[in-house]
Every structure is written in C-alpha cells, then in structure tokens.
Design a protein around this ligand. Structure first.
Ligand SMILES: NC(=O)c1ccc[n+]([C@@H]2O[C@H](COP(=O)([O-])OP(=O)(O)OC[C@H]3O[C@@H](n4cnc5c(N)ncnc54)[C@H](OP(=O)(O)O)[C@@H]3O)[C@@H](O)[C@H]2O)c1
Length: 270
C-alpha cells in the first residue's frame, strides 16, 4: 500500500500514528501537521514530512487522519473541506458520531476509529466504523493501516462509547494494575526494575495467552491455580476485594462520560 497519508494534529495519538507508520517502514508518504512548531520539528526529525499547513497536508494526501481534540474537529474539517472532497478521512476523535462528521463535510468519506496509546508500540486494539459510502476497497486500506498499529475490528457505531471506556482509555487502568503489582514487588524487596519488568510483562503475557490460546480468562486463571498453591492464596484475597466491581464500574463511567461529552459538543457546535 502506497497511499499518501496526512496526520492532522501531531499530539499524543497523531504523533503515535505517525511514529507507528514510520517504524513499520510504510511505503507511502506520511505528512504530519500541527500548529505547534515543536511537534512539527519532532515529526520531521523522526522522518515524516511535517508542516503547520493543514490544507496543504490534506491536499497532498489520499487518506487524512484527523487527530485533534473532539472540540477542535469541526473547525479543522471546515478548514480542509475543499481538500478532502472524495477522500477517506479517518477521525480518531472520541465521542463524535459519523453523522456529525459527514454533516460537516458531506463530500468526504468518513471512518471513525477508537484506538489506544498502544499504537505507539504497534499493539493497539482499534475499533472502527464507517459511513455508508466507504467502499470495500477503502475498508481494506483502513484495515491494512490499522493492522500496522496493532489489531483492528469493525464494529457497529452504537458500541463506540463502550469501546472508548474499555480499550480507548484502557491503558490508563492497566497502568494502575502494573504499578500496583510493581509496588507489591517493592514491598517484597525486589529491585525496582525487576519488579516493573515482571509486572508489565505479566500483563502483556496474560493478554497474549487469552488471545493466542483463544481461551476464556477464567480458563487461564484455572491453569495457573494449583491446589494448595500460591496463586489460590492471592485469588482468595482478590475475590474478597471489589476489584471486579471497581473495574466494571470504572469502564461504565468512562463510557457514560463519552456520551456526555458528545451531547455537550453537539449542543455547543450547533
Ligand atoms: N490520547 C488518547 O489516549 C486517545 C485515545 C483514543 C482516541 N483519542 C482521540 O484522539 C484525538 C487526539 O487526542 P490526543 O490525546 O492526541 O490530543 P493532543 O495530544 O492534544 O493532540 C492534538 C494535537 O493537535 C493540535 N491541534 C489542535 N487543533 C489543531 C488544528 N486545527 N490543526 C493542527 N493541529 C491542531 C494540538 O495542539 P494544541 O495542544 O496547541 O491544541 C495538539 O498538538 C482526540 O479527539 C481524542 O478523543 C485519544
């Protein structure tokens, strides 16, 4: 695939998309645009073409990633409306529906994605949904790009808030788990780097076990729990805590917030 890519907004996610594509040796051109000169410089140093001119970046691209905060999307889309006519525009913005994007620039073909920061290490789970005019060929291109950044799955748009709460924000929750496990290691006297490596790799490995063995997490838990062993002692403590309930509630609250932010943006950008 050699399509020319523009990434508008080289912040956390736009920067990660640019870095991920560069790291993969993507064959097409990659242009990052941002109005923060320092970010433009950073993207240039990494090997992307970089500019402060959104319109030029969009004009010279086949596929345009919009990676600004949800409240800034409408203004940016209006700015590049002529340049993206007939092109694929991929919005990373949480909360903003395809209908909102399409209404802003009816002539563009919109894809809405919800990645997470693991794009940076090519391990994101990215859900995406598409407007009706996105063709099968377009979808193949999107899948190819998103698979460079991790794995992807097309979903019904009605699930986007839930995905935002679960995997979009997910690295935030699992960082707490990794940190807590690291601190347990410190409490037991492990050297700091040993404790951190052991905690982080165990979270990574557990995800891989679930995915690659295609097993329910309960099965993995069962596989490591021997009668009278060490794991059952820890599980006994965990089951007496509210860790499951806390995670479920946390994700539900994040999803609710996604809905609230959308309502506020739609109200203020009418
Ligand atoms: N961060 C995540 O983990 C995550 C995960 C999933 C989805 N998302 C979505 O991804 C989008 C970007 O989030 P982010 O965390 O990457 O935000 P961010 O770090 O603030 O990056 C956005 C960048 O775009 C710049 N910008 C704003 N308006 C612009 C414009 N008109 N033209 C060019 N550049 C512009 C911003 O500059 P200023 O800082 O000067 O405004 C900033 O450098 C959001 O819509 C968010 O919902 C984020």
């Amino acid at each position: 695939m050699t399509d020319r890519i523009a990434v508008l907004g080289a912040g956390m996610i736009g920067g990660a998309i640019t870095k991920s594509l560069l790291k993969s040796g993507y064959k097409g051109s990659i242009t990052a645009a941002d109005f923060v000169a320092e970010k433009v410089r950073e993207m240039k140093e990494l090997g992307a073409a970089a500019t402060t001119d959104n319109r030029k970046a969009a004009a010279d691209a086949d596929i345009v990633f919009v990676c600004v905060k949800p409240g800034d999307v409408k203004k940016l889309l209006k700015e590049i409306s002529k340049e993206v006519k007939g092109k694929l525009v991929v919005s990373t913005a949480a909360t903003l529906p395809l209908a909102f994007l399409k209404k802003t620039v009816p002539e563009a073909k919109f894809v809405r994605i919800m990645p997470n920061l693991a794009i940076l290490v090519q391990a994101s789970y990215t859900a995406y949904c598409c407007e009706a005019d996105v063709t099968q060929k377009d979808k193949e291109k999107i899948k190819t790009l998103l698979n460079i950044m991790g794995t992807c799955e097309e979903i019904d748009e009605k699930f986007m808030d839930a995905i935002t709460g679960l995997s979009g924000s997910g690295p935030g929750y699992l960082s707490i788990v990794v940190e807590a496990m690291m601190y347990a290691g410190l409490k037991l006297g492990l050297p700091r780097t040993v404790a951190l490596n052991a905690a982080a790799q165990t979270v990574l490995g557990t995800g891989k076990l679930v995915l690659e063995l295609n097993e329910h997490p309960a099965k993995i838990r069962d596989m490591v729990t021997t009668p009278g062993g060490t794991t059952i002692e820890a599980i006994h403590v965990l089951e007496g805590s509210q860790v499951r309930q806390a995670l479920m509630q946390a994700i539900e609250e994040a999803a609710k917030k996604s809905q609230l932010i959308r309502e506020k943006i739609l109200e203020t950008t009418k």
